[in-house]
Design a protein around this ligand. Structure first.
Ligand code: BV8
Length: 243
């Protein structure tokens, strides 16, 4: 793929680059995105109806098992060339931050060192009542109970209706405000407050690039749009920058 000289020069001269990733960057790892119909067992549920505190209160077993199913998918999968290209990109600019909505930890596994997890991490476990961090449990009840307070265990992710981790959100907004280039990769850009970050970047003078096979609310405001899969496009972009 041929890139415009202006784009490559802008990227090569950027002091600070920020990247917002969504489920689309893990699609080529075999992890279903939220917008696709849930596969198999979960095809009759909408993520928005499972990833909520009320869903967990109503049916803790169902929600726990949904997350166990997703954890197994992630454990049986790996970061893809898109994640690895982002990790390489980091070494090409003075300051590079990954802001991710994903909970799979694939950016860290691929070698990215500055990753802000806006929505937590599915591999971490806390308890519902007091957010005690629990690494292991020998309780065979489903969901297992917290060994400290006996409330149910849950994944350490941000559910709809829950606030994002304060420091993570503050850091993400600061990096977004200060960056010269902002890339929105593999996100439908509808879930707030993450969806506002591309607008904040643009308002603060950043070059806005979108990588997504489909159109999103970001598309009309982006300076460059590449309707390509991240796992194909990003290695080509990073190769062009590195040579
Ligand atoms: C909050 C973790 C307040 C759990 C997730 C305005 C302001 C604030 C809140 C709201 C607001 N309006 C509405 C709200 C409420 C809500 C919200 O945004 N609702 C939406 C539905 C309108 N927001 C919240 O509830 C947030 N909380 O603000 O609370 C508050 C404050 C203080 C105190 C108390 C409360 C919390 C939101 C976080 C929810 N948790 N995940 C889990 O994973 O189970 S959200 C989850 O869904 C993801 O993390 C992600 O954020 C979102 C899905 O979006 P994407 O990642 O973009 O994935 P999607 O499938 O949608 O799209 C994939 C894209 O990839 C597509 O565009 C596709 O074309 C593309 N693609 C596909 N293949 C590829 C590809 N791209 C590139 N390459 C490919 N190969």
């Amino acid at each position: 793929m041929v890139f415009s000289t202006l784009l490559l020069e802008t990227l090569n001269s950027a002091q600070k680059v920020a990247v917002l990733t969504g489920a689309g960057i893990s699609a080529e790892s075999g992890i279903p995105t939220f917008r696709e119909a849930q596969t198999g067992l979960w095809s009759k549920y909408r993520p928005e109806d499972l990833a909520t505190p009320s869903a967990f209160r109503r049916d803790p077993k169902l929600v726990w098992e949904w997350y166990q199913w997703r954890r197994q998918l992630i454990e049986q999968s790996n970061p893809n060339p898109g994640h690895h290209a982002i990790a390489q990109f980091e070494g090409l600019v003075p300051s590079f931050t990954v802001i991710t909505q994903n909970v799979d930890g694939f950016h860290q596994s691929a070698g990215s060192s500055t990753v802000i997890e806006l929505h937590g991490n599915i591999m971490r476990t806390i308890c519902f009542d007091n957010r005690h961090k629990i690494d292991e449990w020998d309780d065979y009840e489903i969901p297992p109970r917290c060994p400290i307070c006996r409330s149910y265990l849950r994944p350490d992710v941000v559910w709809f209706g829950e606030g994002l981790p304060k420091t993570a959100l503050e850091n993400a907004i600061q990096e977004t405000r200060e960056c010269n280039v902002f890339l929105a990769i593999g996100t439908s850009a509808v879930v707030e407050p993450a969806a506002s970050l591309p607008w904040i970047a643009k308002e603060n003078g950043a070059l806005l690039i979108e990588v997504n096979p489909n159109t999103t609310p970001v598309t009309r405001n982006a300076d460059y749009v590449f309707h390509k899969p991240a796992g194909e496009f990003l290695p080509e972009l990073v190769h062009a920058l590195a040579t």
